[in-house]
Design a protein around this ligand. Structure first.
Ligand code: SF4
Length: 405
């Protein structure tokens, strides 16, 4: 049986470590949600979650025999969900204090927290900041109430989002706002109208995700019984091009696929680390870790997560060969970071890069990728699925499924 504590104990504290903490509480279940969430919770449930996460962190520190002389440099912490703002600022602070058992926060550590834009959230921002949070990511998705209703999300007021963004900026917190393109019933003009409103509000960072109805989402299960209108593929491409034009006109540039900032200081360190293939330790039910060459998923719900704190068992585990690692870095570079340095890839993986570089060469020859010096990029966004398919020839079919789904 794979033991995550044993695995963690092999990790060298010399490397920076990124931590993802999954906070599963969410008072609603959106139609498209693919994440593990708990809708009906009480103070008892929250307390039981906090105790489990704290025990998990303690076990990790014990497994590595960490002390102040040998501890990790924690470079980014990401509270994802769920809606982490269900936790109070002091509860977030307690989790961050416990992380000190496994590492020291770097001077510029990014401590990011996703939040649902509740009307009174802005009142709590100062307390989150005092407890260490320095970046807030707000899930707006669309400003159109009927589009949100079709996804079973409550309406979001433009004024509430503006107050939140302004408060973040006044407190010197980095602030991201997410929109989703392709939601049920969304139209081209409706989406671009939402983006226009968001640009007038002016967060530091904007993410535009594409709508997915994965096999675990309610949308997937309901699509037969509740058909809804959606933008067609051609309309999606055209709407995205128009959106990028508006973002650029407003001074934002795309530093990674679908992620836009006005300045380098607002780039999300945590997401960049994931896409560069750096070590990410996942904590909490349903979270995912990538450590050394192991990709694994924690137990899928709070009950099983608590039950397996003692033995470190996980619900899914993939060991990557060196060539698989090389493929993963190449794929993430091309599809997320939008460029890949092939010379560095060869230098790092040597012989294990051979088949990957051969596939890249074939894609360059076919016009799907273009090479400028050491850098390779996807020629046009419509070639993305082809590039992903060709490059995801992993030894492990489970990994292939994970990365291209
Ligand atoms: S708010 Fe986010 S985490 Fe909660 S159900 Fe909706 S998509 Fe899922």
């Amino acid at each position: 049986m794979f033991d995550r504590y044993q695995d963690f104990s092999q990790l060298s504290p010399c490397n920076p470590l990124h931590v993802y903490i999954h906070v599963p509480f969410c008072p609603r279940k959106c139609r498209f949600c693919i994440y593990y969430t708990i809708r009906q919770y009480s103070d008892y449930t929250i307390n039981s979650y906090l105790q489990a996460v704290i025990s998990d962190i303690n076990r990790l520190a014990l497994a590595h025999n960490l002390d102040s002389e040998s501890s990790f440099l924690l470079t980014s912490i990401y509270f994802g969900g769920g809606s982490p703002n269900v936790l109070s600022a002091s509860e977030i602070g307690i989790l961050l204090d416990n992380l000190n058992l496994i590492g020291e926060f770097s001077a510029d550590a990014e401590i990011s927290m996703e939040a649902f834009p509740e009307p009174d959230l802005y009142r709590n921002l100062i307390d989150y900041k005092h407890n260490g949070v320095n970046r807030i990511s707000i899930g707006v998705q669309d400003f159109n109430a009927s589009v949100l209703a079709a996804s079973r999300r409550p309406a979001v007021s433009r004024q509430d989002v503006k107050t939140l963004v302004d408060t973040c900026k006044n407190l010197d917190l980095q602030v991201n706002v997410d929109l989703i393109l392709g939601l049920p019933t969304q139209t081209r003009s409706g989406f671009l109208g939402s983006l226009e409103q968001l640009l007038a509000i002016g967060p530091n960072h904007i993410s535009i995700y594409r709508y997915i109805s994965g096999p675990y989402s309610a949308a997937f299960r309901l699509r037969e019984s509740e058909p809804f209108t959606k933008l067609e593929r051609g309309e999606l491409i055209e709407t995205r091009i128009a959106a990028v034009g508006m973002l650029e006109h407003a001074g934002y540039h795309e530093y990674a696929a679908d992620h836009f900032v006005q300045s380098v200081a607002s780039q999300c360190m945590h997401e960049l680390a994931e896409w560069r293939g750096e070590d990410v330790l996942g904590i909490g039910p349903g979270s995912q870790s990538f450590l050394i060459n192991h990709l694994y998923r924690q137990m899928p719900n709070l009950k099983s997560y608590r039950e397996h704190i003692s033995d470190g068992a996980v619900s899914g585990f993939v060991a990557l060969t060196n060539t698989d690692l090389c493929r993963r870095i190449a794929l993430l570079g091309l599809t997320k970071l939008m460029s890949l340095n092939v010379d560095l890839l060869q230098l790092r993986f040597e012989d294990s890069a051979y088949s990957v570089l051969k596939d890249i060469g074939r894609l360059v020859g076919g016009g799907y990728l273009r090479r400028d010096g050491d850098e390779v990029r996807i020629t046009a966004s419509e070639y993305m699925p082809r590039v992903m398919f060709e490059l995801s020839n992993f030894a492990n079919p489970e990994l292939r499924q994970k990365l291209i789904s």
